[in-house]
Design a protein around this ligand. Structure first.
Ligand code: MN3
Length: 230
């Protein structure tokens, strides 16, 4: 009975007096593996802080920023990001941060457990970048040359693969970027992603990062975009 009373009290709390149900709040997704699972490429302490503090802060700050903008809180994610240029910076940065990190955890897997590019993805990579090695070199170049904080991406744009990078927590779904598309792989090159282990050696972080790319997830995301365009 006591539990029922608490449940009723909580339910009443989420429904304002005028009867409108508040939009759902964003939740920090659990990591799909243990914090130490990506070692030695990415150390446990970096993962613990990156997920538990940085990503959590984006989620918490996003929820706080949306409390006064229920109009924006109701929008599907694609529509929200597509109007990034008009968003308050707290919503643009924290929604981007939440989206980007949610992808980032999924496109990584413990060393040697991420599989390999599917025949379909490999064919597209070969078509658009000549070879897998050439693609990886160009992607790493985009990631190392991104000045300051940001991300490097592999996106699908009108059926073609493209490499791009964005500053801060922007991403290729936003209307503010030069190269738009659906991201299927992304790497965080903010210093908080690698500084504890690699200090200023971003190139070394990237070299190790390829060992923990979850190609199975990249393949899945690629297949989804090709299905959507048919
Ligand atoms: Mn980060």
């Amino acid at each position: 009975m006591k539990n029922v009373m608490i449940a009723l009290a909580l339910a009443a709390w989420t429904v304002p007096l005028h009867g409108a149900v508040l939009p759902p709040t964003h939740v920090l997704p659990a990591l799909p593996y243990a914090v130490e699972a990506l070692e030695p490429a990415i150390d446990a302490e970096t993962m613990r802080i990156h997920h538990g503090r940085h990503h959590k802060a984006y989620v918490d700050n996003l929820n706080a920023a949306l409390t006064t903008r229920s109009d924006l809180a109701k929008l599907p994610i694609e529509s929200l990001l597509a109007r990034a240029s008009t968003l308050p910076s707290a919503i643009r940065n924290n929604r981007g941060g939440h989206w980007n990190h949610s992808l980032f955890w999924e496109v990584m897997a413990p060393p040697n457990q991420g599989g390999a590019p599917s025949p379909a993805l490999l064919a597209a990579i070969t078509r658009d970048f000549v070879s897998l090695a050439a693609f990886q070199a160009e992607f790493s170049r985009a990631a190392t040359s991104r000045f300051g904080s940001g991300w490097a991406w592999l996106v699908v744009q009108d059926g073609r693969l493209k490499i791009t990078s964005t500053p801060n927590q922007d991403n290729p779904l936003m209307d503010v970027v030069e190269i738009k598309g659906t991201p299927i792989l992304g790497v965080d090159v903010w210093e908080h992603a690698y500084y504890l282990k690699y200090q200023n050696r971003r190139a070394d972080y990237l070299k190790a990062w390829w060992q923990v790319v979850n190609w199975n997830e990249v393949n899945r995301r690629y297949a989804k975009t090709s299905k959507a365009s048919k």
